[in-house]
Design a protein. Structure first.
Length: 399
């Protein structure tokens, strides 16, 4: 098993095995100071206990020399206050890409919400940390839970250790099944028939009704819940007709939507593309294109904003709504039961597979924006993507 990286203020004195020498015992240990430097040390004494005592004294000297922090924080203080005053500013000031900074702050907000009202001591115990990560994994998803653990380890415990509130992260080096990444072989890409069945359902779904599977839940009949249902329909039909990533669909504006030669086009700017290369693609299902144009807004407005506002819809909110919608629709018929095991990213794979017999790999990859090699070209004219439209046109015809 790989050796866990020492965090600032942590050492290996307790875990190392003493070596017997001619005059006593020797400890070879390491400590990471509060500025992040790693120190490798050797301590000798006549007994094991004395060697460890001397090592701890030396480690404390090293840590004190680099702490440089006078703190008034204690384990009884509010974890929320600590996050707001000590952790969030560090993330905002750290040299990060804008995307990484936004994601770290988003993840920190999740942790803040799930630990609201707790003391530092209560929120940072091993059992509390595991419970919080389990809830986030269940309610939002394993990926967000993994990112939460990373941010909490690097930034929350980093600051707690610097401020000498806690000595270390109690779950450092531990592994958890509920954080395990989905195995690639377990991914499921819907068939052409399944794609068509779900498309038919979404296009017929009443946006003024409760979310599928929530018909008997009183809250689902409220205006806010119905607005969420309507927005997830818009998100889903757009992804079914384009294969857009959820991260792309929730960031495009109406300025990125155009019409030419009877076809609706969506431009994915390089600034929001996962591969940082822009592309312009057609909406492959005419009915979805018509519905898109029918609700066109101002150029700077988002096409898929939050359900009840024009603000950006956060990643976790989108993924949670998608999961609830798919799981609800999956209960409607045996034909749609496959939705219980897929999420919105599956439509990229499905459309890619469906069009494989008709199109060269480079055309398909350019459309979906898969790799840097293929994304060296951005297909932005009608001639280049016309084969994709012709390949999918037969799939959307009503028999």
């Amino acid at each position: 098993m790989a050796r866990a990286k020492l965090q600032p203020g942590e050492d290996t004195i307790k875990s190392v095995t003493p070596r017997k020498t001619e005059t006593g015992y020797e400890l070879r240990w390491r400590v990471r100071d509060f500025e992040g430097r790693l120190h490798a040390k050797r301590t000798q004494a006549r007994t094991v206990g004395e060697a460890r005592r001397r090592a701890y004294e030396k480690a404390e000297q090293i840590k004190r020399a680099t702490s440089g922090v006078t703190t008034s924080w204690s384990p009884a203080d509010s974890i929320t206050d600590f996050l707001d005053r000590e952790v969030e500013p560090v993330i905002k000031e750290k040299r990060l890409s804008e995307a990484s900074r936004a994601r770290y702050l988003e993840v920190l907000a999740h942790y803040r919400r799930y630990t609201l009202g707790k003391s530092i001591g209560a929120a940072t115990s091993a059992s509390s940390l595991i419970r919080t990560l389990k809830v986030i994994s269940k309610e939002i998803g394993p990926e967000t839970a993994r990112q939460t653990r990373s941010v909490v380890s690097n930034y929350v415990f980093g600051q707690l250790i610097v401020h000498q509130v806690v000595p270390s992260n109690p779950i450092r080096g531990m592994s958890f099944d509920f954080l395990r990444a989905e195995d690639r072989e377990e991914k499921y890409f819907p068939t052409q028939a399944e794609w068509r069945a779900f498309l038919d359902y979404v296009l017929a779904d009443d946006p003024d009704s409760p979310m599928p599977g929530k018909e008997n839940v009183p809250q689902a009949h409220k205006a806010e819940a119905k607005a969420r249902h309507a927005r997830i329909i818009q998100m889903t039909e757009l992804q079914l007709a384009t294969g857009l990533r959820a991260s792309e669909a929730r960031q495009i504006t109406w300025a990125n939507v155009s019409e030419a030669d009877g076809t609706v086009w969506v431009t994915v700017p390089a600034t929001i593309s996962k591969t940082k290369v822009g592309r312009t693609i057609p909406v492959l299902v005419p009915e979805v294109g018509e519905r898109l144009l029918a609700r066109r807004g101002e150029d700077d407005a988002l096409v898929i904003p939050q359900p009840t506002s024009g603000r950006p819809w956060d990643k976790a909110g989108v993924h949670k709504a998608v999961r609830e919608y798919y799981e609800g629709v999956a209960t409607k018929s045996e034909e749609l039961a496959f939705l219980a095991k897929v999420r919105s990213h599956a439509w990229r794979g499905a459309l890619n597979t469906i069009t494989a017999p008709h199109l060269r790999p480079d055309i398909r990859a350019a459309y979906f924006g898969h790799t840097e090699k293929v994304n060296a070209r951005a297909y932005t004219d009608h001639v280049n993507v016309r084969p994709m439209m012709e390949a999918v046109e037969a799939l959307t015809r009503r028999e």
